[in-house]
Ligand binder design. Structure first.
Ligand code: BMA
Length: 834
């Protein structure tokens, strides 16, 4: 196979109805990048302002109403055209595209998520050729299909459910509507003789300590029907290779090979073992052993199962890898950029390392985005991050009529086959919130007797998964209870989303639930200061300025942000305190949810919060903001997803319990201190207890204290609540959990007193804080002084006498005073009861 990439000499020009196009762009032929898209081309050409900044998004809505024609010219020679077949291979066209070579239509495409291969030979000539790809306005197309098929419900403004394009490109409750078009994936001419590989599916049929079987399923496209040979080589991490050749008889286009590996090195999710990878290479050979095409990939040997066995509560929802139940700790992943071609391998790695750096072992790729690129999954394979992959359906009813039925089938077939090689992919999921929408979001009247997507989630997709990759579990929805007769949010079955905490209620409501797996819950906060400074003019740096409100896409978002904040803190009057407190409240909220869900193990076996990343600088639920900066939530995540944690939780009997959670393969044992202390650090009653926590388990230890309930007053003997400045402390080695009997705005914290010293050495700063009083949730916002600075920790709580050193890199000369006082150095003590 000979490949000729076509990534040079492209231009883009507005086409079709030009009435929406600004005069200076109307007739212009603009230099274009491929892979790329029209927004980034216009940006590079200086024809639009960066749509991520300020309110610039509003000035570019016309782009999604416009058709765009990409064109390039290239040379091919007669030898290239002399192959049996010549195809134009478009790995991703976004979205509704007509492809012409020298004025001849060679094909059309209607799905951004599926590669296209067009027979191009008849249209090509030796010498110079012209290629043009004309994209129809995605918005006009979706609206026309909606009109033709009849409207079905969806969230947000535009009918994204009528086009197979990344849904969030039409705007989401964290994303701008930057409806783009373009050649977003590589494009090439491919010339071949005799036959070529169309797909390779390496299926790990079984894997245990003694043996593993890999079935390699090959599909080919033929030009001639003669006999061929399919050879496979599987090389283990120890260098040992297994070879196998099988004949592909004349007229057949499939062949399977089974490779039996003895003493395999199993792949494990991180925290459960290593991630050894095997090299699989496949050769397709013609007569006389001529190599026709080669394919290779790393694979991992492991089994995965979704255990939904019935139990005394309902039914389990437990991911088991190599037979071991895994508590899934992670977050939801959205496209890391509104223009995903900009996410290169280094950025994927940085972001996924932010997940592992925060002790996550799973990422859920959410259905309103994309099937990620191979780079994403191979980094997850390497780092042991399990991937939960949604099929691309989110927050809408989806038409099951043509053309969608066929497009979706082709899309599913392609990605199930493509991703069968990646051990990190552990579960396929039908949709995001569509089943919940059908139950609870008043969809039924609008849907009437029409189809709305259920056929995809319960029939089409599971049957294709079963056919192409029976080694992986499929689940119809997130959330879903396992049956349309049981509400999708039922705690006893399936996976759940908890969104009343945030939308309507305070985060303590997480404790009303004991789901089997919580695949979404979350809390908003603004991005980091440095990110905001880049995105909004300094005069607009206020919670309620027009620019800031533009970077808040959730309905009633700021009202919710403030209502939720108001449960715990008096609303601050300045933006600096507002940033710290909203970010602190976000971290506390998600910590409350995660620690509660983890303490429910093994009833609950997963906590994936919404969301790890952002695609632009926005106020959102993300832990890492749109410029890649970790928010305080990220640092909290590293703590609450650690393998071993202590947490204190109130139970339904009103009493407090300590939980020691051991998510390691070693027992955790030793002396646990349980006691009462005071803010001024006088010790109350307490004592030591010997504890033993077996591997992968949770120990509950009753504390003889009652949590404060609404209406109860401090000092009320009957409820055993002492003073508002009492704390319950549980300490186990270096691990500590504290319980405060009230929320911050009701607590009489000591005014923060500390010694601070600053040292700098070869571009590194060391800011040491030594507490003279309790210092709660101490955070150093180094990005306020140097936007490139990333600090080693945030939200550190110190007891009197304890010290912590914040470390970060900066080549600037930073003032000591600023580094050791608000708003750079913040702590919660400043925001208690006055
Ligand atoms: C759920 C998700 C997303 C959304 C998030 C925050 O609905 O599935 O669609 O962005 O909550 O509202």
């Amino acid at each position: 196979m000979t490949k000729l990439p076509l990534h040079a000499n492209w231009t883009v020009k507005a086409a079709g109805d030009l009435s929406n196009v600004p005069a200076d762009i109307k007739e212009k032929s603009i230099a274009a990048s491929v892979p790329g898209c029209v927004h980034t081309d216009l940006l590079t050409a200086g024809l639009i302002d960066d749509p991520y900044l300020d309110r610039n998004e509003n000035a570019v809505t016309w782009i999604g109403r416009t058709d765009w024609r990409y064109a390039c010219s290239f040379e091919v020679d007669a030898a290239f055209l002399g192959h049996d077949r010549v195809a134009l291979v478009c790995e991703g066209l976004d979205t509704v595209a007509r492809v012409e070579i020298n004025g001849t239509l060679v094909g059309e495409s209607f799905d951004m998520h599926v590669p296209q291969r067009f027979d191009a030979r008849a249209a090509l000539k030796a010498g110079k050729n012209e290629l043009s790809i004309t994209f129809a306005s995605p918005l006009n197309y979706a609206e026309a299909l909606e009109k033709k098929l009849g409207a079905l419900p969806h969230v947000e403004k535009h009918p994204f459910n009528y086009i197979r394009k990344m849904a969030c490109n039409f705007g989401w409750d964290w994303g701008p509507a930057l409806i783009t078009s373009g050649i977003w994936q590589p494009i090439s001419l491919q010339a071949w003789n005799v036959a070529r590989i169309s797909s390779v599916r390496p299926l790990v049929l079984n894997a245990n300590a003694k043996s593993a079987t890999v079935e390699v399923c090959l599909e080919i496209e033929r030009h001639d029907n003669g006999p061929l040979t399919f050879s496979t080589a599987l090389t283990g991490p120890d260098g040992h290779t297994l070879f196998q050749n099988v004949p592909i008889p004349a007229n057949t286009s499939r062949a399977n090979v089974k490779l039996d590996v003895t003493d395999p090195q199993l792949w494990w999710p991180r925290g459960h073992g290593e991630q050894p990878l095997y090299d699989l290479s496949v050769n397709l050979m013609g007569q006389g052993g001529v190599e026709l095409e080669q394919w290779s990939s790393k694979i991992g040997l492991r089994t995965v199962k979704l255990n939904t066995a019935k139990d005394s509560i309902g039914s389990q929802f437990t991911i088991e890898v190599n037979g071991q139940p895994i508590f899934c700790k992670g977050a939801n992943w959205i496209p890391d950029d509104c223009f995903p071609h900009r996410v290169d391998a280094a950025r994927y790695r940085r972001r996924i390392e932010q997940a592992t750096g925060a002790n996550m072992n799973m990422l859920r790729i959410w259905g309103g985005g994309i099937y990620e690129t191979d780079t994403f999954y191979s980094i997850c394979d390497e780092l042991g991050v399990m991937v939960w992959q949604d099929f691309l359906f989110a927050c809408a009813a989806y038409p099951e009529e043509e053309p969608f039925q066929s497009l979706i089938e082709a899309e599913a077939r392609h990605h199930i086959a493509r991703l069968s090689k990646n051990p990190s992919l552990v579960i396929w999921n039908g949709c995001n919130e569509n089943i919940w929408g059908y139950f609870d979001w008043n969809w039924k009247d609008k849907i009437g007797s029409r189809t709305w997507g259920l056929g995809y989630y319960t029939r089409m997709l599971p049957s294709i998964v079963k056919q192409l990759d029976p080694t992986r579990p499929f689940w119809p929805g997130s959330p879903y209870s396992g049956s349309m007769d049981i509400h999708p949010l039922d705690d006893r079955h399936g996976n759940k989303h908890v969104w009343d905490a945030w939308n309507q209620k305070d985060y303590t409501v997480y404790r009303d639930y004991a789901p089997r797996f919580c695949s979404e819950f979350g809390h908003q906060a603004p991005p980091s200061y440095a990110t905001l400074r880049r995105a909004v003019p300094s005069s607009q740096l206020r919670a309620d300025s027009l620019s800031m409100l533009h970077l808040q896409k959730a309905q009633g978002g700021n009202d919710k942000l403030h209502a939720r904040l108001g449960e715990h803190f008096e609303l601050p009057s300045n933006v600096d305190d507002w940033l710290y407190l909203t970010q602190l409240n976000q971290a506390r909220a998600v910590q409350t949810g995660v620690e509660w869900f983890r303490s429910r193990q093994p009833v609950c076996m997963g906590a994936l919060y919404w969301q790890i990343n952002d695609c632009w600088p926005v106020t959102s639920w993300a832990a890492v903001d749109g410029d890649g900066r970790p928010k305080p939530l990220w640092y909290a995540t590293r703590r609450f997803f650690a393998d071993r944690i202590l947490t204190i939780q109130p139970e339904s009997d009103g009493k407090l319990y300590a939980y020691a959670i051991n998510d390691t393969s070693e027992a955790w044992q030793g002396q646990l201190f349980l006691g009462k202390v005071n803010f001024d650090w006088t010790q109350g009653p307490g004592g030591w207890k010997t504890v033993f926590i077996p591997p992968r388990s949770v120990l509950q230890v009753p504390l003889e204290y009652y949590a404060k309930r609404a209406g109860q007053k401090a000092g009320d003997e009957a409820t055993n609540i002492h003073s508002e400045s009492d704390l319950i402390m549980v300490q186990f080695g270096a691990h500590r959990a504290l319980w405060y009997f009230d929320t911050d705005k009701n607590l009489k914290y000591p005014a923060p007193q500390y010694d601070a010293s600053v040292k700098s050495d070869e571009g590194k700063y060391f800011v040491t804080v030594t507490a003279k009083t309790l210092l709660r949730d101490l955070a150093l916002f180094a990005d306020r002084l140097d936007e490139s600075a990333v600090v080693n920790d945030q939200l550190v709580t110190l007891l009197p006498g304890e010290s912590f050193t914040f470390v970060f890199e900066s080549s600037r000369n930073l003032p000591e005073k600023a580094l050791t006082s608000p708003p750079v150095l913040q702590c919660a003590n400043r925001f208690g009861k006055k």
